[in-house]
Design a protein around this ligand. Structure first.
Ligand code: DAH
Length: 329
């Protein structure tokens, strides 16, 4: 039996050295190592041996079986490695795959342009949350609880005290509470209104708020700043006008219109922002002394100016995320 074991061991190592793929490897495993293979059979034969022969045969059998198993594992690893190499073979002559790059959304581009202009005019940038308290969104801005002006802004209420901000003006309140004057900042962001969705209005849009508080701020400065802005944004030849208006948080208040002349249609005035001198009640609400400080504020819609500037006729285009639209900008 000793000779038989040696011979099988040699046969096995000869056979396994010739293996080149996993199929051949499996054949060898079945023949020698599987449950019905040669080695288990040898162990069966071993059991039937007379007692005196067992020690020597057992020792040899274990030794050969271990060598066999080690050799098998070694070759198996080699075959697997070779296989995985051929699977991931890289053809260096293939042309590279181009990556599809995204681009900034047109609204973000517009906001960045607006920001850039105001930063150039000495404003810093400040942001506030979209989920806002009723107090900051309305009350601190001089909208008393039952004031009819609240109806101008169709509000998404979360509960009695919180809502989705209807404008960026509450960020003024946060800024004034947290900072000592002088303050000169713009506050861009998303706002929400519960309006019927159409080509002209959407339930969400973007605004950029502006605020300047110091001891000697004038309405003339407000006008000068806004005129600089529209000239830089729409071009030097832009036609504009200021119109008297009303907002609870500014007094006096105005709106700024620009003349809009589509190609084949009659021209018209288009409102692009509201503005005014910060109402003393608002300053008092945030703990700034209205005897000592004055300020101006303004707030503009981003979508509207962007629609005009890029000759887009449906606001919903901004929110559909249709690549065919987005790719054009
Ligand atoms: N918050 C106003 C709105 O959404 C816009 C506005 C008007 C903002 C006058 C101002 C302002 O800061 O002074 O309609």
């Amino acid at each position: 039996m000793l000779d038989k074991i040696k011979q099988i061991g040699e046969e096995f190592s000869e056979a396994i050295q010739k293996v080149t793929d996993s199929k051949e490897l499996e054949e060898i495993r079945l023949k020698y190592l599987s449950r019905k293979g040669i080695f288990p059979q040898l162990f069966e034969d071993f059991k039937a041996l007379p007692k005196e022969e067992k020690p020597a045969v057992g020792q040899l059998l274990n030794q050969v079986k271990n060598q066999t198993q080690n050799l098998f594992d070694e070759i198996k690893t080699k075959v697997e490695l070779a296989g995985s190499h051929s699977d991931s073979y890289i053809d260096l002559t293939l042309p590279g795959r181009s990556k599809q790059l995204g681009s900034k959304h047109l609204l973000i581009q517009s906001m960045n342009e607006i920001k850039k202009i105001f930063i150039g005019l000495g404003f810093s940038v400040y942001e506030g949350p979209e989920l806002e308290s009723d107090y900051n969104n309305f009350e601190a801005l001089n909208f008393p609880p039952d004031h009819p002006a609240r109806d101008m802004q169709d509000t998404f209420f979360i509960n009695d005290d919180f809502l989705l901000r209807t404008h960026t003006s509450p960020v003024q309140i946060r800024l004034m509470k947290n900072t000592k004057p002088p303050i000169r900042a713009i506050m861009p962001g998303k706002v929400y209104r519960n309006e019927a969705i159409s080509a002209k209005s959407y339930c969400l849009f973007h605004q950029v708020e502006g605020l300047y508080i110091d001891t000697d701020v004038t309405f003339a400065e407000l006008k000068g700043t806004l005129v600089s802005f529209v000239k830089r944004y729409f071009g030097d030849d832009v036609k504009y006008r200021f119109r008297a208006s009303f907002f609870p948080f500014t007094e006096p208040s105005a709106e700024l219109d620009i003349w809009w002349q589509p190609k084949d249609k009659p021209g018209q005035w288009m409102e692009i922002l509201g503005c005014g001198m910060v109402d003393p009640n608002v300053l008092e609400n945030v703990g700034i002394d209205p005897e000592k400080y004055v300020g101006y504020a303004f707030g503009m819609g981003v979508e509207r100016s962007t629609l005009r500037k890029y000759k887009i006729n449906d606001i919903r285009n901004f929110f559909d995320n249709d690549k065919r639209f987005l790719e054009q900008f």
